[in-house]
Design a protein around this ligand. Structure first.
Ligand code: NDP
Length: 269
């Protein structure tokens, strides 16, 4: 990689960002297309100061991760409509005249991961587990693609509030065996360390679903996905969502088709 006075600087704003796979993914993509751009960690304790730094340092674009996805919104010049509905931004696009526009590509990543696996979202019913930040973004994105969504969450009041906001049905987590759906999508933290030995639903219900998508990606093969594979379900890994949210970012920043396989290799290795 050659860095010179004209190198465009991109990065990831968050706290902490040490474990992010995004630098490897985006730098591999920039290199594959021969672009004079570099992507670096931008650890930031405070959202407003981070956006001010993007403006003042001439940073060309940024990813935004925990804990700033909601906090950055008020400092931006514009927020794309689906991201505004979600109320969270994971991508900053700096336009030619310096205006900063916020986008959310997390839901795009989830939808593309399902499409890659052959799921027709326009006709699918998705049982969405969780009512946190990821479930919220994914829920809006699934509905935007025409899917029917049924939400389930451990804390019922929180789940019911999100379901009302989305305009979808709610079932208590203990009653998911009553729910008819094509896709089971886990957007809870269950399956990720320290909960890696757990499944968010009893494994006996998994045979009801054609497709099981677990957005948890560490470990890559979660307990839920292992059990779903054993029952013959089509399985979608969390890494696919991570990949495609990055692919959408790359395309927003460069206006060019992303080198998907290069990026997949970078996050999987
Ligand atoms: P939040 O903290 O916002 O939400 C956590 C959700 O998990 C809540 O619905 C919570 O339920 C539920 N939950 C936590 N512990 C339990 C439990 N023991 N039993 C049942 N439900 C539980 O997290 P995020 O939405 O930001 O992230 C969720 C997961 O998604 C994480 O594992 C994260 O790593 C992963 N992720 C993956 C991405 C990808 O690209 N693949 C992108 C972003 C996140 P309750 O409301 O009852 O507390």
């Amino acid at each position: 990689m050659r860095i010179d006075g004209a190198t465009g600087v991109y990065g990831i704003i968050g706290w902490p960002v040490r474990h992010s796979r995004s630098p490897a993914m985006h730098n591999a993509a920039f290199a594959a297309l021969g672009l004079n751009k570099v992507y670096v960690p931008l650890p930031a304790r405070e959202a407003g100061a981070a956006v001010a730094a993007v403006r003042s340092l001439g940073i060309c674009g940024a990813s935004v991760t925990i804990p700033h996805k909601e906090g950055v919104v008020e400092y931006l010049d514009e927020v794309e409509p689906v991201a505004a509905k979600i109320g969270a931004v994971n991508t900053l696009v700096v336009e030619a005249e310096g205006r900063i526009v916020g986008h959310n590509t997390d839901w795009i990543g989830a939808n593309r991961a399902l499409a890659e696996a052959g799921v027709e979202l326009a006709t699918a019913t998705v049982l969405l587990l969780g009512a946190g930040g990821s479930a919220r973004a994914i829920g809006f994105g699934l509905l935007a693609a025409g899917a029917r969504v049924v939400l389930a969450n451990r804390s019922e009041d929180k789940g019911q509030r999100l379901a009302a906001e989305l305009g979808c049905d709610f079932v208590p987590l203990a009653e998911v065996d009553r729910c008819e759906a094509d896709v089971l999508l886990n957007a809870t933290a269950v399956g990720m360390a320290p909960l890696e030995r757990l499944s968010p639903v009893p494994e006996s219900v998994l045979g009801r679903f054609q497709t099981v998508f677990d957005i948890v990606y560490a470990p890559r093969q979660t307990r839920l996905l292992a059990a779903a594979a054993a029952r013959g379900c089509r399985c979608v890994e969390g890494l696919a969502m991570l990949l495609y949210q990055g692919v959408a970012q790359f395309e927003l920043w460069t206006g060019r088709p992303a080198p998907v396989e290069v990026m997949r290799e970078a996050i999987c290795s």
